[in-house]
Design a protein around this ligand. Structure first.
Ligand SMILES: O=C(O)CCC(=O)C(=O)O
Ligand SMILES: [Fe+2]
Length: 236
């Protein structure tokens, strides 16, 4: 409950980052193929502010390593785990609950929370999911992949219903690194039909996926790689 009130409060505290409405082609792709890729969704200045914030949190020692040695975290999307296998080599910082860490740029994090809320409303209006996306059930995190980092093939929904009644409906990814070269690896591979699709993690690119539907993986990266991951949920 506290978390929910905090979320609602946070999403009101700061205006969302300016952006264009999702293109009709993206909404069509999300509906028909289960995923959408929107390059240039956020302005370079705004992804730069988020990256600076993520790096400041990292410098302050806030991120937690996760998934190393096959240890599945209760809060992560690591359910697809083969427990003996290393599923993910990356660290994360959950950013949904105030009080926000005072390290970094809390204002950028608040704008991100508002932007996610605006995106939720946009997807709801467009009728993108069978069940309504709940305003209080969104979660967001920064992900940090070191050189050599990866995330093995998985789906973002758990095999068993969540005890809180939240169902991940739409997964979102927002990439933050201003320069990305394909030979660095680190692509997001979406196992779409009829063939897998690779997305380069370039700053400003938004990826949306129907969480229960699509398996995906992050190919091993030879450079540090930074993004926002989030889940828009329904609640029963
Ligand atoms: O880093 C990415 O591109 C994907 C992350 C992911 O799949 C997840 O956190 O569930
Ligand atoms: Fe995922």
């Amino acid at each position: 409950m506290l978390r929910q009130l905090a979320w609602r409060g946070a999403a009101r505290l700061r205006a969302p980052f300016p952006r264009q409405p999702l293109p009709a082609a993206a909404l069509y792709s999300l509906e028909r193929l289960g995923y959408a890729v929107v390059p240039g969704w956020l302005r370079a200045a705004d992804t730069a502010a988020l990256l600076a914030d993520a790096l400041a949190l990292e410098a302050a020692g806030v991120p937690r390593a996760a998934g190393v040695g096959g240890v599945a975290e209760s809060e992560s999307s690591d359910w697809a785990v083969e427990l003996k296998t290393e599923l993910r080599r990356a660290a994360s910082v959950w950013i949904h609950e105030p009080p926000l860490s005072l390290h970094g740029a809390p204002a950028a994090r608040l704008a991100l929370l508002s932007t996610a809320e605006a995106l939720r409303a946009e997807l709801l209006d467009a009728g993108c999911t069978a069940r309504p996306l709940d305003t209080e059930a969104t979660s967001l995190a920064y992900l940090y992949y070191p050189a050599g980092g990866f995330y093995r093939r998985h789906r973002d929904t758990p095999p068993a219903p969540s005890p809180t009644g939240e169902h991940r409906e739409v997964s979102l990814l927002l990439y933050l690194d201003p320069v990305w070269r394909p030979d660095w690896g680190g692509a997001l591979r979406i196992f779409a039909k009829p063939a897998p699709v690779d997305v380069q993690p370039e700053a400003g690119t938004l990826v949306l996926m129907h969480s229960p539907l699509l398996e995906h993986e992050v190919l091993e990266t030879s450079r540090a790689r930074h993004c926002v991951v989030g889940w828009l949920c329904s609640v029963t």
